[in-house]
Design a protein around this ligand. Structure first.
Ligand SMILES: Cc1ncc(COP(=O)(O)O)c(C=O)c1O
Length: 480
């Protein structure tokens, strides 16, 4: 069994084994002609159920053969140009190389004595990001597992900074189309059920600052404490960016923590063309960035950044067995002092490899391409009488709905769109997402792949229309 341990004596086996795995994946990537095979849960489950985990195969080739059957063949492939569903980007090769290195060396970024150079690399990337944002000289932050954790940590700091004698009085303000992790965080942080106040959005799905001002005033008058405003820079559905400078003004006026959830919009930090769309982000007290959304990084890669490094103390605990207090005086950099996690992956290495290979401009160029593609896609859909598109894209999503000329019942149109999405998924030809707007079912393209062409968008629209028409035809048959 020791032959499976990665060490000085098994380096050659490691090389062979990993190369075998890489070969399989490379072959898969080269031959995938659809983002999905369309397999159903019922068809796939028995294949996994029948595997006896107490009967190992002992042989890597056999394990890889089996993996082909239970995973690789039917996985959802984000690199395919017709994967248009969620906020999953195709990944850049330097980052995948980083992933291979970091799991083999297996540094843990909690303490210096488990990571050494890894700690310094992460710190440099945090500084790089805070400089890109413009958070100022006292800024700091830490890598996290994703936007959900970054938002949670930011709101924990905001809660600790808020002046109150009761958690029940704390209020968080976020737009009605903000990410659900804001509400989840409020619950995890022990705030009351009504802690998150939903602020309406304008026609472009941006927070209405007049409504925000009104709510801030109302809460203050009622003796409640405005703990934080969460401005979203790139909403999950619409990519809309809340008016950051106006929100910053209000936060200053009411002494409220400003958190910017730029999980999606952070790609603009590297953009060569559209950086101005997130002007005002530099006034935040904390920012969430998901490199695994718009920096073309593999899951996971995210960070929470703060204007004032001192606020990270709210996540600091000391233990003799790990990071005794005296290490702070000895100036030993232990990242665990800033993190909600203890053992933590060296995810920062992926971004490091990316920046050292491609540079930030390389990432920015790719993100600009998908934003430009979304604009092209918007023109296509807006000009197509078969579809209704909700807003012009601020980033790279398009929310739209098939509207058959002959049908006026909105519920029937809902069913046709739901059917089209399901049928498309089952065919594996393309994958799109869905959401609700004004209580009605819509479809969504999230465009994060620079390889996707306007012709792919046009072809997928035709497929959707075809499936929806088929549903409506069958529905008519059923009725007659
Ligand atoms: C705006 C926004 N914030 C936060 C998140 C949560 O990020 P994660 O899925 O990395 O936890 C998402 C995910 O889509 C998001 O769109």
């Amino acid at each position: 069994m020791r032959s499976h341990l990665l060490n000085d004596t098994t380096a050659e086996q490691y090389r062979r084994s990993v190369t075998d795995g890489v070969e399989r994946v490379a072959a898969k990537l080269a031959t995938t002609d659809r983002p999905f095979t369309g397999i159903t849960v019922d068809a796939l489950s028995p294949r996994i159920d029948e595997i006896d985990l107490d009967q190992p195969l002992h042989d890597t080739t056999a394990v890889l053969d089996e993996l082909e059957d239970v995973y690789l063949r039917d996985a959802i492939y984000f690199h395919h140009p017709r994967y248009l569903a969620h906020l999953n980007c195709p990944v850049v090769i330097p980052a995948v190389l980083g992933e291979a290195v970091l799991s083999a060396v297996n540094s843990s970024l909690d303490t210096w004595d488990q990571s050494a150079g890894g700690t310094l690399i992460e710190r440099k990337l945090i500084d790089w990001t805070t400089e890109r944002i413009g958070l100022g000289p006292a800024a700091d932050g830490v890598f996290t597992s994703g936007g959900t954790q970054s938002n949670l940590q930011a709101l924990l700091l905001a809660r600790e900074e808020a002046k109150t004698d009761s958690l029940a009085k704390l209020r968080i303000f976020a737009s009605e189309v903000s990410h659900f992790s804001v509400k989840k965080s409020a619950k995890l942080l022990g705030l009351g059920q009504d802690a998150v106040i939903s602020i309406p959005v304008d026609h472009d799905k941006r927070m209405q600052t007049v409504a925000l001002a009104r709510e801030l005033e109302r809460c203050t008058k009622d003796g409640l404490v405005p703990m934080a405003v969460v401005a979203t820079a790139g909403t999950t559905d619409f990519g809309s960016i809340d008016p950051l400078p106006e929100i910053a003004e209000l936060c200053e006026q009411f002494g409220t923590w400003m958190h910017v959830d730029a999980a999606y919009g952070c790609g603009l930090l590297a953009s060569l063309k559209h950086r101005d769309r997130i002007s005002g982000i530099e006034r935040a007290d904390s920012v969430t960035v998901d490199y695994h959304k718009s920096f073309f990084q593999p899951v996971s890669s995210s960070a929470v950044l703060v204007r004032d490094a001192a606020t990270l103390r709210h996540a600091t605990y000391h233990a003799e067995y790990l990071n005794p207090r005296r290490m702070v005086e000895e100036r030993i950099p232990n990242q665990v002092d800033k993190s909600l996690q203890t053992t933590r992956r060296f995810d920062a290495l992926k971004l490091w490899m990316t920046l050292r290979t491609m540079g930030a401009d390389g990432i920015g160029q790719l993100f600009d391409e998908v934003c430009d593609l979304a604009r092209e896609g918007w023109k296509l859909i807006a000009a197509d009488p078969r579809f209704d598109v909700v807003v012009e894209p601020s980033l790279s999503t398009l929310v739209f709905r098939y509207i058959p000329a002959a049908v006026t019942d909105p519920a029937e149109i809902d069913r046709a769109n739901l059917y089209a999405r399901k049928a498309l998924f089952a065919s594996g030809d393309a994958i799109v997402a869905g959401t609700k707007v004004g209580g009605r079912h819509y479809l969504k393209f999230t465009l994060l792949n620079p390889e996707t062409q306007a012709s792919d968008i046009a072809a997928v629209l035709d497929l959707i229309a075809g499936h929806a028409e088929q549903y409506l035809g069958e529905s008519l048959d059923r009725a007659s």
